[in-house]
Design a binder for this molecule. Structure first.
Ligand code: GLN
Length: 494
């Protein structure tokens, strides 16, 4: 059991620590060994805090030995996406412009983890400033999919999902603006949840598109997801968009009784472009739910077609404003080749940002510029309202909606990177949840013939994460998936 400790979910690791089968120090040691062996193959971590993590584990063990009260995640090592501020540890957003940035404070969620006695093990790779769907825009290079070496891990939280799938941390925190937690979770065969907008404080999350961004858990199973969500949820004075709505004990939602639950199947999500193996696994999910007594019914989200255009206008507009602060003065690098202030701004931004980030800044600035604002930005906001209304109507008669998380399994490294439109289209099933602000989870629901994971997405009403988790849990228990080997376990060289 101890040898395999890294493969256990958090709720089992907590039991093993509390009954004395393993110490946090030993466990963190195993994780560090795993990182040394596996991280060079997949590039999930961009920074590992081994000494810090071991010291903290020792401290938590000694508090346990002296019977002190411990937090709900005592001794559990977690990876943090590199756009979430960690005091004293680099927070680069996988961008050259922030390579030297060390935040003077912790994000709210990091504080909550510290209070819960979790251990920050390292920072995970991501697309630059969370802009991307494959982790290929990272200045540190892409994260490779643990199941198939020539595939992407998804993005932008590809590092977080791959780390959890590769047993290199017990769990992770990602951020999701248009699918960045759920899509990599689906591609890597783990659980990932985007909470309701306002459920989790964004204080200390480096902003990409502030009206869409949310932080959420990436875990091995639904029980762990409920556990992490309970720790990070709630009102924070430092984020005015975080809501003062009671946080239920999500653990209590985890029952298999889903009889009579009303499930909607949005017809616009089952059209051309959906991979046949993905479609087949999602059909199986509906079959399982029907057998468990859920009422499955077709619903319509008629404005789904506008989601990609609306999202890529709103997200880029907000990004162009949020990224204006990287000017070589306040944060990160400053290029040394300049004549005056303007040329310093220009050369710093030219050298500091990668091409996808530049593309988004230009798109967003254009959409906000006078003369185009009404035609693009305002129109996108109107489409967003219609998309939100679609969900309000669908949720009148349905408790949850179920869709594929992604149209295809993980695509090949390099396949979409030179075709931005193709890359953006990949987000078709995830972005509406951000535009509408509703909670959504992705859980694994099968593997393709090539051994690649497939994810199913469950969406719920605002602040009804408990209902989403309940259905996810019931489904997870009913499926009992058998996982294939990860690529380094297949006996091939390396
Ligand atoms: N792929 C989407 C984008 O590039 C979503 C990214 C995210 O959720 N951070 O904008």
């Amino acid at each position: 059991m101890k040898d395999n400790i890294c493969a256990e979910p958090i709720h089992r690791q907590l039991k093993l620590m509390s009954d004395g089968s393993v110490s946090s120090y030993e466990m963190v040691g195993h994780f560090i060994d795993a990182i040394e062996r596996i991280n060079p193959k997949i590039n999930g971590y961009i920074a590992v805090k081994a000494d810090y993590a071991l010291a903290r584990a020792k401290e938590i063990d000694s508090r346990r030995d002296s019977n002190e009260a411990l937090g709900p995640l005592a001794g559990i090592p977690i990876a943090i996406k590199d756009n979430i501020c960690t005091k004293g540890f680099e927070t680069t957003c996988s961008s050259n412009i922030l390579r030297s940035f060390v935040p003077p404070y912790n994000a709210y969620v990091v504080e909550r983890f510290q209070d819960a006695d979790a251990i920050i093990l390292g920072k995970s790779n991501m697309d630059e400033f969370a802009m991307g769907s494959s982790t290929e825009t990272s200045c540190f290079g892409p994260t490779v999919n643990p199941w198939l070496q020539d595939r992407v891990s998804g993005g932008s939280s590809g590092g977080a999902a791959a780390i959890v799938a590769a047993d290199m941390a017990s769990g992770a925190l990602g951020s999701d603006t248009g699918g960045s937690i759920r899509q990599p979770a689906a591609f890597c065969g783990v659980v990932g949840m985007k909470p309701t907008y306002g459920r989790v404080s964004r204080f200390g999350l480096v902003a990409y598109a502030s009206s869409l961004d949310q932080i959420g858990p990436v875990t091995k199973d639904v029980t762990d997801c409920a556990l992490l969500l309970s720790v990070i949820s709630g009102r924070d004075e430092k984020d005015s968009t975080s809501r003062d709505i009671e946080v239920p004990d999500y653990n209590k939602s985890l029952t298999c009784d889903i009889k009579g639950i009303r499930v909607g199947r949005p017809k616009e999500y089952f059209i051309g472009g959906l991979d046949s193996q993905v479609a087949c696994h999602i059909d199986t999910v509906f079959g399982i739910l029907g057998q468990a007594g859920a009422d499955v019914e077709e619903v319509s989200l008629p404005h789904t077609d506008y989601a990609i255009s609306a999202y890529y206008l709103i997200a880029t507009a907000e990004a162009s404003s949020n990224l204006a602060r990287y000017d070589g003065v306040k944060y990160g690098i400053r290029d040394s080749q300049y004549r005056d202030l303007r040329s310093m701004y220009r050369s710093t931004r030219k050298k500091g940002f990668g091409s996808e980030v530049k593309r988004r800044i230009m798109l967003g600035t254009y959409a906000l510029s006078s003369g185009y604002y009404d035609a693009y930005y305002l129109k996108a906001q109107k489409a967003r309202t219609l998309i939100k209304r679609d969900f309000d109507i669908a949720f009148k008669d349905h408790d949850v909606l179920i869709t594929p998380t992604t149209p295809t399994p993980a695509f090949k490294l390099g396949e979409n990177i030179s075709d931005p439109l193709q890359m953006y289209l990949n987000d078709i099933y995830t972005i509406s949840a951000n535009l509408a602000g509703v909670p959504a989870i992705s859980i694994p629901c099968g593997f393709t013939k090539d051994g690649l994971p497939v994810g199913v997405q469950i969406l719920g009403r605002p602040f009804e994460e408990g209902v989403v988790l309940k259905l996810a849990y019931a489904l997870e228990q009913a499926m009992d998936l058998k996982r294939p080997l990860r690529f380094w376990e297949k006996g091939s060289p390396g």
